[in-house]
Write a protein of this length. Sequence first.
Length: 393
Amino acid sequence: MNGWGRRPGRSLVRWVPDYLARSPGTYVLLLVLVVTTLVLRGVGASTATRILRHQSTNLLQMSRDAPRVLLLSAFLLDQGRLAFELVLFTVVVAPVERWIGTYRWLVTFAAGHIGATLATTIGLWLQVRAGADPGLVYPIDVGVSYGVGAVAAVLTYRLPRPASWAWGAFLVALNGNAVIRTGTFTDWGHLAALGIGFALGPLVRPEHRPSDRPRMLLLLGAGLLAVAAGLLALIAIVPDSDIVVTPPGQTVNVTVLGRPPGCVGTCRSVVVRYAQDGAQVEGLLVLAQDTLTRPGDRLRALVDPAAPGRLRLVRPPQRVRADSLFGAMSVAAGVTGAALLAASHHARRVMQVASAVGNPDVDVTAGLVHLGGEMHGRRRGGLVDEPHRDPGS
């Protein structure tokens, strides 16, 4: 039966799973983004903001647990534009994964995400130390844009000329114009991710022999270890002075009026009165656990900018220490670099075993399991000589 007799619906049903299967990393990541975005939409604005700040790659969180936020920030979206992300992933990200393979696609995405984040973190620290807006210490900085930017740069090497030149010029113009017009740390991060993608493009092209992949992993791992060493050197060079993180919101004096109606048992909220814009207003103050208050008590509280009418007690300001910030970043870069070096060593061993069985171009990403199965099949087929054994032994 020719193509005219086929049912379009049946062809589409077969084509969609095949397309998704050839770019699994892209659509698994997209699925995770859809789930986390829908979860954030289902909670209150203040809760969503608190979650995003806690998982952001800002100075405060990077100084506390850089590996955690570097990983988790890649699975959250600030704006949550799912339709835009679907188009972007399908048009830009998926074709690159289908071209270079999931393994190298993941390396490219991670290099862009981690590299650009480390670069912008150092830039933010320098800006705040120079007297910039203290709000830069604790902004919301999540998303996949850095990783996608690096992948988009690699796509330049896939397109034929002159389309590749046009695509590369478009990316440079788009990100360069953003840096010139607004110049936020996110804009500079996008530009850094673009440069990382352009640098990785020649290394991850599938035209390379599989034997070149251990060298690629070795270069990336050594580069990250060099970055980790440089961050450790900064600890000894930079002055040891803390950056004080001012909590967002307006600090006011409040007077406790009593518990709200229906608040019994373990309820930790009280109704308070405070002055705002020349008028006396009432709000709900959320107390810390085991905090006792009585009507008439006067306290210092912070108005929640994300939820008007809600307040919380003023806590001691948080601080960002240079040694903790650069130390945590160094650990993140060092662990990633060590993992890449271990993968390079493993891939080199696979290549050595593959050469021993006469197939030096075996795909190292398939691993020793696939190679072991191939060797077993060759023995069964008589292609590999078994060692002579003494029957009496």
